[in-house]
Write a protein that binds this ligand. Structure first.
Ligand code: IPM
Ligand code: MN
Length: 359
């Protein structure tokens, strides 16, 4: 039986209710997959910042780095909690992504059964790609420097050789483990950049080309970011794995989420050489907390990604299949606005039932 120590960050807003749903589904999947999970709670997020002055203490970051096998995290952030310079006080992007050196942010975009895409004529599985977002450099690397009241010469984009090579390698590794794009079955890595304008992106592209040489079986292609935004809407079935700089990955993963029923359905894994943590890509939606509408699907699929990361593929597949089955038969229902009918608990009931029935 696989035993693993998991840190839980319940998060702000709807985070705790999503995490309750995820834990119920993880319990059921653990039985099916012969997995034993031991949980340790870690206090982190915007509310933690309010109480302690830090989004996550450095001692806790050390625990996440050295004392657990993976972390499951809910969304964080509260609108009234901002750093003195006005930026996000959930802080976990900066603290966790950089602090744990999770250099790849892996964001699957998948059209699930029972979910209607805003793009016409697409059925489940027609949209199925993975955005690999560089996660420790890019435009996010210089948070908060160089800004005055009436001007900003700030937010310089950082792209290093090693930082780019490692995220590019991760993208090719992921492509090698997939069946290829739904449209033509071709294993393909698309490098998305704005190298016709930004020199940093030209470096990013050149380094992706270097890595591509080690993967002759995988097609590499290049798209400017504006063209990529258009193509992700017009012909999403073309895409298999995409790799890009941090800020572009932030924007295009929300675009991708919109095409598969909304970002509330989308999970992500922040993965490094050592630590890894898994979270939905959406925010903490404080105005929806406690109202019985929170959609836990992104959180549940993040838990499945975590199980895969731990090598617990049977349990991971059980979660994913059960989520699909519950959405397909309507026992879990996502509304047009991305909310879940009956809220996180109702969805968890439906998914646990499907899981126990082996569906
Ligand atoms: C995400 C979020 C974060 C980001 C915010 C909350 C700082 O939008 O994970 O995509 O921009 O990375
Ligand atoms: Mn985002």
């Amino acid at each position: 039986m696989g035993r693993h120590r998991i840190a839980l960050i319940r998060g702000d807003g709807i985070g705790p209710e999503l995490m309750d749903a995820a834990l119920r589904v993880l319990d059921a999947a653990s039985e099916v997959g012969g997995v034993e999970l031991e949980y340790v709670e870690v206090d982190a997020g915007a509310d933690t910042y309010r109480r302690t002055g830090a989004g996550c203490s450095s001692a806790d970051v050390e625990r996440l780095r050295h004392e657990v096998d993976a972390t499951l995290k809910g969304p964080v952030g509260l609108p009234d909690m901002r750093l003195p310079d006005g930026t996000e006080a959930g802080l976990l992007g900066g603290i966790l992504r950089t602090g744990l050196d999770t250099y790849a942010n892996v964001r699957p975009v998948l059209l699930l059964p029972g979910v209607t895409s805003c793009l016409s004529g697409r059925k489940a599985g027609d949209i199925d790609y993975v955005i690999v977002r560089e996660n420790t450099e890019g435009l996010y690397a210089s948070r908060g420097k160089g800004v005055g009241n009436e001007w900003a010469v700030a937010d310089t984009l950082l792209a290093t050789r090693e930082g780019t090579l490692r995220v590019a390698r991760k993208a090719f590794e992921i492509a090698a483990g997939r069946d290829g794009a739904p449209g033509d079955g071709v294993r393909r890595v698309t490098c998305v950049d704005k190298s016709n304008v930004l020199r940093s992106h030209a470096l990013f592209r050149r380094l992706v080309t270097e890595v591509a040489e080690d993967w002759p079986g995988i097609e590499v292609e290049y798209l400017y970011a504006d063209a990529a935004a258009q193509a992700l809407v017009l012909r999403p079935e073309h895409f298999d794995v995409l790799v890009m700089e941090n800020f572009l990955g932030d924007v295009l993963s929300d675009l991708g989420g919109a095409t598969v029923g909304g970002i509330s359905l989308c999970p992500s894994g922040n993965v490094g050489a050592g630590a890894a943590y898994f979270e939905p890509i959406h925010g903490s939606a404080p105005s929806l907390a406690g109202r019985g509408v929170a959609n836990p699907v992104g959180q549940l699929l993040a838990a499945a990604m975590m199980l895969d990361h731990l090598g617990e593929h049977t349990a991971a597949v059980a979660v994913r299949s059960a989520v699909s089955a519950a959405l397909a038969d309507g026992t879990a229902r996502i509304e047009q606005d991305g909310s879940a009918r009956g809220g996180a608990d109702t969805v968890a009931d439906a998914v646990v039932t499907a899981l126990r029935a082996g569906r």
